[in-house]
Design a protein around this ligand. Sequence first.
Ligand code: SF4
Length: 164
Amino acid sequence: MLDSLKDVIRKSSIHVCLVSTGGCNGCDIEVVALLSPRYDLEQYGIYVHNNPREADVILIAGAVTEQWREKLQRIYAKAPEPKVVVAVGNCPLSGDVFNQEGGSVYAPASDFIPVDAEISGCPPRPSEILAAILAVGPDAIATKGRQAKGGHTVEEKAEGGEKV
Ligand code: SF4
């Protein structure tokens, strides 16, 4: 019963799992801004949570620290196929300000798990993060036999929207 209810809800939505590996949380704040009325992420049927088992898209924010290397791989392993990953901000790309000599920051994150899209910036704008999710999310759910809300693709909805 619960599983079939979940299937109905998931049929037209894109589930995004946010993984914060270790940064200043500036990128997390930009992701949270997507939930505000200004961007209203859920109008696209996109939901952000931290459950990799439900993830269509994994967002990585922050630098990969010593403690996060293996954890990141374990989280990636839990995500269902196709595993789609977006690296948000400079930290997962280069370690940014945290990548200092003698430190324990590892970069890029793609050394540990495959990354499908990268958004540079410190932090990137919410609209850039949304654009990246929209670039990879619809294909990710289409591979699973699902379509974006209302019979339209999420990209079509974004084209019609004014808030992005
Ligand atoms: S990229 Fe910049 S804003 Fe984002 S977590 Fe790293 S230091 Fe903070």
